[in-house]
Ligand binder design. Structure first.
Ligand code: F6R
Length: 364
């Protein structure tokens, strides 16, 4: 089953161009038709004013990315919360809210509890984005979108996450269409989704370069991931992957928070990964690092190759494919997956079955 790959995780990372295309093709005509989101989707979507997302772990990160898309492109207010908090908290519920759960397995106990508690509030409907058909969340939600990732065996979620993002971007179009998202803008997003598998392919071709970068992380005990805006949740996902499979302590911060505390940690034991910083941000990060240069801080930058950044002492740049902004979170995720994978392999951890973790968390 593994074929030419050493681990399921690597196989699943490389399966992403196929999985993303298959997920995108689940909908025939996003500009007009909502039927791919389940029977009755149109009637529910017509009434949606807000989206409340509940999910865990990597699926929660997908929800965080979706918040940027829904608010910016679709003009729909969106809140995102980890399901284990959401389920127990006394909340104030806005009218016209769609409860959206996101779950690869469709069986995560906290996410399922979030759905089952939904009855206590007035939702216009419940929807799940899941990868496993006939799972509990799928059976119990009003609307269902199944990602086409195929079976994911590695415990660390890779293709399930990126296909969730495709589903969420398609949902953004379906809801945005009702809220004045222009047909041109809708088409632009569709075009970007169409080209997404090619950009992911191009990113996979950077594998050797990423492996080279990864070597610096092997002796480290800590790492910081920085992102801004929609790339902040991607920094979170990058840091989760690294801690999960390589057992290196990693934390993610919005880039602007660096100087409000974590900068104090930066020394030669603390590599800093910056995800897709623009020009201005990179300059700021560099000057931040300048302050700690004498202490050995090192910056790893994953940036659009069109931005023209080049490596210099203590700043290593990985030139990423030049792709539309809207799909950058998906494309950059793939590079961060490869980074963690290579660190873990070189550290000799059990990549597909990291210690203490289970693929499906069906207990609290
Ligand atoms: C991390 C990972 C977990 C899951 C989380 C939720 O790589 O896989 O954080 O994302 O346990 O699982 P699902 O998506 O099945 O609800």
């Amino acid at each position: 089953e593994l074929g030419a790959y050493d681990h399921y995780m690597l196989k699943e990372i490389y399966d992403q161009p196929r999985a993303l295309a298959a997920t995108f093709h689940a909908c025939d005509n996003l500009l007009r038709d909502d039927s791919c989101f389940g029977d009755g989707a149109a009637a529910i979507f017509d009434r949606v004013n807000n989206v409340q997302i509940a999910a865990c772990g990597t699926s929660y990160h997908a929800g965080m990315v979706a918040r940027y898309w829904l608010e910016e492109l679709a003009g729909i207010a969106c809140e995102v919360e980890v399901a284990s908090e959401f389920r127990y908290r006394k909340r104030v519920q806005h009218e016209g809210t769609l409860l959206l759960t996101i779950s690869q397995s469709g069986e995560t106990a906290d996410t399922l509890a979030a759905l089952r508690n939904a009855g206590e509030h007035e939702f216009v409907g419940t929807m799940v984005i899941a990868n496993v058909d006939n799972s509990s969340l799928v059976r119990e939600s009003d609307l269902v979108f199944l990602t086409r990732a195929g079976a994911e065996i590695g415990v660390a979620s890779t293709k399930a996450f990126t296909t969730q993002l495709v589903a969420l971007l398609m949902l953004t179009i379906a809801l945005g269409r009702r809220r004045g998202m222009s047909p041109e803008k809708q088409q632009e997003v569709i075009n970007a989704l169409q080209r997404l598998p090619d950009f992911v392919e191009e990113t996979l071709e950077l594998d050797t370069n990423i492996q080279q970068l990864s070597e610096a992380f092997i002796p480290k005990h800590h790492a910081l991931f920085l992102g801004r805006g929609i790339q902040y949740p991607i920094a979170m996902e990058g840091s989760l992957k690294l801690k999960e499979i390589s057992y290196i302590h990693a934390e993610a911060y919005p880039a602007g928070e660096l100087k409000h505390g974590p900068l104090a940690l930066v020394d030669d034991d603390m590599p800093v990964v910056a995800v897709a910083p623009g020009d201005e941000l990179l300059e700021k990060l560099k000057s931040n690092l300048e302050e700690v240069r004498s202490r050995g801080g090192e910056l790893f930058v994953f940036a659009d190759r069109a931005a023209g950044f080049s490596s210099e002492p203590r700043v290593k740049v990985l030139n990423m494919p030049h792709c539309p902004e809207v799909i950058k979170p998906i494309v950059y995720t793939v590079a961060l997956q490869l980074l963690s994978y290579h660190v873990a392999v070189q550290k000799g951890t059990d990549v597909d079955k990291p210690r203490n973790l289970a693929k499906s968390v069906t207990v609290e």
